[in-house]
Design a protein around this ligand. Structure first.
Ligand SMILES: C[S@@+](CC[C@H](N)C(=O)[O-])C[C@H]1O[C@@H](n2cnc3c(N)ncnc32)[C@H](O)[C@@H]1O
Length: 310
């Protein structure tokens, strides 16, 4: 088994992962904006969709949404804590009977035959965590899709600005006193991150050319017995479009959820989110702006793609 899968297995199977993932939109504004974008795309594209495969479905943000909209969903994830949390939430929403939960790794989709599902989806970057198998896995996701595919992967152009802004997550904190351990960490370490920062051009050039966030350091950390973050492969827009088209996907359209919001300071974002009317208008506008293909590469973490299978 390669390191990406081993690292993902250890990371995502930490007991608190499901609970924390399910609270992302109560905690971080970038998650609100990005998930809102994907939700709109899904709800606008459900014509003729009865069966759905959600790869790396997490705590069920989108599998439960589609089950509530009448689809039969296969919720597929490498993490038992994620699946347990998703089951709890699906039961609460009354859709447990419409979701099949499968613990598995995207690296092996051999259990599914060609065109098994009307819609195949995979959001918030599971595909980027399976380096060096990302292209092969995209090929298999296309293979099991009958009508449509929608994915979001880590964006290279969107991720590179993090290298000049280690405080990027602080920009999106909804409430500093919410008690979330990640928020507490971001607040506590703000000045340390600022003072300790220096721009590493060599590192930025390296990621620009090979797309790889992490690698050797994560492998060493894993070997020492700790739980490193995933090795992440970041895609360029033309590259992702080319891979999908190479596997026969047609009418590929890209978007960059989070582009508009990343230009707005935290104090303003919080103000907007706390006023329901402004929040609704802002999310409408973000969706419109972030759907423009000229900004797609600058998606906050994600590069979104949808296409048609014939
Ligand atoms: C950031 S979460 C996204 C969850 C959900 N798709 C969403 O958008 O809310 C990434 C998910 O991918 C899953 N994952 C990571 N690597 C995987 C792999 N190799 N196979 C299957 N699932 C994987 C994780 O367990 C986690 O639930």
């Amino acid at each position: 088994m390669n390191y990406s899968q081993k690292i993902s297995e250890r990371l995502w199977n930490q007991p608190d992962k499901g609970e924390r993932e399910s609270r992302r939109e109560e905690t971080f504004i970038d998650d609100i904006v990005q998930k809102n974008h994907i939700e709109r795309e899904l709800l606008a594209n459900l014509d003729g969709i009865k069966t759905v495969f959600d790869g790396g479905a997490g705590s069920g943000r989108f599998s439960i949404l589609l089950a509530k909209n009448g689809c039969e969903v296969t919720h597929f994830d490498i993490s038992q804590p994620m699946i347990d949390k998703a089951k709890e939430l699906a039961e609460r929403e009354g859709v447990l009977g419409r979701i099949t939960f499968v613990k598995g790794a995207l690296e092996d989709l051999s259990a599914y035959s060609d065109k098994s599902f009307d819609l195949v989806m995979s959001f918030d970057a599971p595909i980027s965590y399976i380096y060096p198998n990302q292209e092969k896995v995209i090929g298999n996701l296309v293979r099991i899709a009958g009508r449509k595919i929608m994915i979001s992967v880590s964006s290279r152009l969107g991720s590179l600005p993090y290298l000049a802004n280690p405080l990027n997550k602080n920009q999106f904190i909804l409430d500093e006193n919410c008690g979330d351990p990640w928020v507490e960490w971001c607040v506590k370490n703000k000045s340390k991150m600022f003072e300790g920062f220096h721009f590493n051009r060599e590192n930025a050039e390296k990621i620009w050319s090979n797309g790889l966030m992490g690698g050797e350091a994560e492998i060493e950390e894993y070997e020492r017995g700790s739980t490193p973050w995933c090795i992440t492969y970041t895609f360029l827009p033309d590259e992702l479009k080319g891979i999908l088209e190479g596997f026969g996907v047609q009418e590929v359209q890209l978007a960059g959820p989070g582009v508009y919001a990343r230009t707005v300071p935290n104090e303003i974002l919080v103000k907007i989110m706390k006023d329901p009317m402004q929040r609704r208008d802002f999310l409408d506008f973000c969706y419109r702006f972030d759907s423009n293909p000229y900004v797609c590469g600058m998606g906050k973490d994600n590069l979104f793609a949808k296409g048609v299978i014939r």
